[in-house]
Design a protein around this ligand. Structure first.
Ligand SMILES: CCCCCCCCCCCC(=O)SCCNC(=O)CCNC(=O)[C@H](O)C(C)(C)COP(=O)(O)OP(=O)(O)OC[C@H]1O[C@@H](n2cnc3c(N)ncnc32)[C@H](O)[C@@H]1OP(=O)(O)O
Ligand SMILES: O=C(O)CCC(=O)C(=O)O
Length: 238
């Protein structure tokens, strides 16, 4: 994935536009992260013994190009997931260097994981928004927020309903983190038709057609089944 502003700038080298490697589950070295006992020990408390890595990312938040496009809007990860129950899904996010407000650390709204899934859309940001970076349409902006300042190697585990995002990277370095969403293999797929998740379904299927050249009819479930990888126990539903 490339930052929308940087990718369109003729003055910046192509590799400096790369903000994320999405879906690294087939890369042996990167995937080792998802199998680390130090991570799985905590993941298992949420998922139980049958653990799937459902979504992987190496995030390389670039120095902000001046348009604030390095921000990640406040969102709930469950918006992207066509499976339930939410309580059997957990994110692990590990800082690969010190992160604080200057380089755009995570920011969370504590307690929001006890709420429900909200409507998400592209935020109306003047400087542009990266592809598929949907944000919660309505949330109380006066609600207390916590900035997660973390040292290199620190990991945070969070619920897929927790409203979170990250700020602009105001430094000159790339802010690196590695992350995996885990889910219990006992989770089941849901049909998102008629729900607030229809907009992301449409977008993912369009990307599958246009970017990956898929010509046969596929479903949102197919896109998740192909990418998911078992890390422990038995692959049941997912
Ligand atoms: C499939 C299932 C996924 C499913 C993903 C499931 C996510 C689970 C989420 C869990 C919670 C979260 O992480 S929340 C955030 C979730 N969202 C994401 O992580 C989205 C990550 N984004 C991506 O992976 C990618 O951007 C894609 C696949 C959506 C689209 O890729 P792409 O079409 O190649 O575009 P991308 O590289 O991003 O580049 C952005 C724009 O810059 C242009 N561009 C690119 N390179 C250049 C260049 N050298 N010179 C000029 N322009 C350029 C592109 O054409 C595009 O313009 P133009 O075509 O616009 O004109
Ligand atoms: O690393 C970031 O800046 C934000 C990541 C995030 O919000 C997510 O992966 O859901």
């Amino acid at each position: 994935m490339r930052d929308v502003t940087i990718a369109k700038s003729e003055f910046i080298a192509d590799e400096k536009a790369i903000t994320k490697i999405q879906d690294f589950q087939e890369d042996a070295e990167l995937f080792r992260y998802c199998t680390l006992p130090q991570i799985l020990k905590y993941v298992e408390c949420f998922t139980g013994p049958n653990i799937m890595a459902v979504h992987t990312m190496l995030i390389n938040k670039p120095p902000d190009p001046g348009k604030m496009s390095s921000r990640h809007p406040m969102h709930q990860d469950l918006h992207y997931f066509p499976f339930r129950p939410a309580d059997l899904i957990v994110a692990a996010w590990t800082a690969m260097e010190r992160v604080d407000r200057s380089n755009g650390c995570l920011v969370v709204l504590p307690g929001t994981h006890k709420g429900s899934l909200k409507q998400h859309d592209y935020p109306e940001w003047e400087g542009g928004v990266n592809k598929m970076y949907h944000g919660v349409r309505d949330y109380d902006a006066n609600q207390p927020r916590v900035h997660l300042e973390m040292e290199k190697g620190d990991t945070v585990f969070f619920h897929p309903l927790l409203i979170h995002g990250s700020g602009a990277n105001q430094t000159q370095g790339f802010r690196k983190a590695i992350s995996c969403h885990f889910a219990s293999a006992d989770c089941h797929y849901i049909d998102v038709k008629g729900t607030s998740q229809e907009n992301i379904e449409r977008e993912v299927l369009e990307i599958a057609r246009k970017k990956y050249g898929v010509t046969v009819p596929i479903t949102l479930k197919d896109t998740w089944m192909i990418r998911g990888r078992l890390v422990k126990g038995e692959r049941i539903n997912l």
